[in-house]
Design a protein around this ligand. Structure first.
Ligand SMILES: [Zn+2]
Length: 146
């Protein structure tokens, strides 16, 4: 089948057995996931930042996606909100994404999450009767919207 995602990673070809079907369109599972994440990032911006010009948002986002993954953009937007940082122009997002400090925090988050998963696996393997740890992100966390 033909994957309809513009930035398909598999030359726009997807096996029908694994394809995600939406209406009459087919997507690779990973392409569909990325497409949905991008839609969520866009919605997050519209919800959180006052200046809303969809064409401009998409332009800024696509510039960011040339370098960064969607999850990092979500993390950066949440960082701006949480820390009451100013965002006077949509393209200001690019500067925030390039911020070394934010990149470090994002990396740290990934490391902590991996560490937690390892810890959980150890727990699950050593004690079956123990109540399993459940990770509950706070309501405002970017983890919640993905
Ligand atoms: Zn694809």
């Amino acid at each position: 089948m033909k994957c309809r995602y513009r930035d398909c990673k598999n030359n726009n070809l997807v096996d029908k057995n694994i394809a995600v079907k939406v209406g009459s369109s087919y997507y690779c599972p990973e392409c569909y996931e990325e497409k949905e994440l991008k839609a969520k990032a866009e919605q997050y911006y519209i919800d959180k930042f006052p200046q809303t010009n969809i064409a401009l948002i998409r332009k800024a986002f696509s510039q960011i996606y040339n370098t960064y993954e969607v999850k990092y953009l979500l993390f950066t937007m949440e960082y701006i909100i949480k820390n009451n940082k100013p965002l006077r122009m949509t393209f200001g997002l690019v500067n925030y994404c390039n911020d070394y400090k934010i990149q470090e925090q994002y990396k740290q988050l990934g490391i902590n999450k991996e560490y937690k998963e390892i810890q959980n696996n150890i727990k699950e393997n050593t004690d079956d009767t123990e109540v399993k740890f459940e990770y509950k992100p706070s309501k405002t966390s970017w983890l919640n919207i993905i």
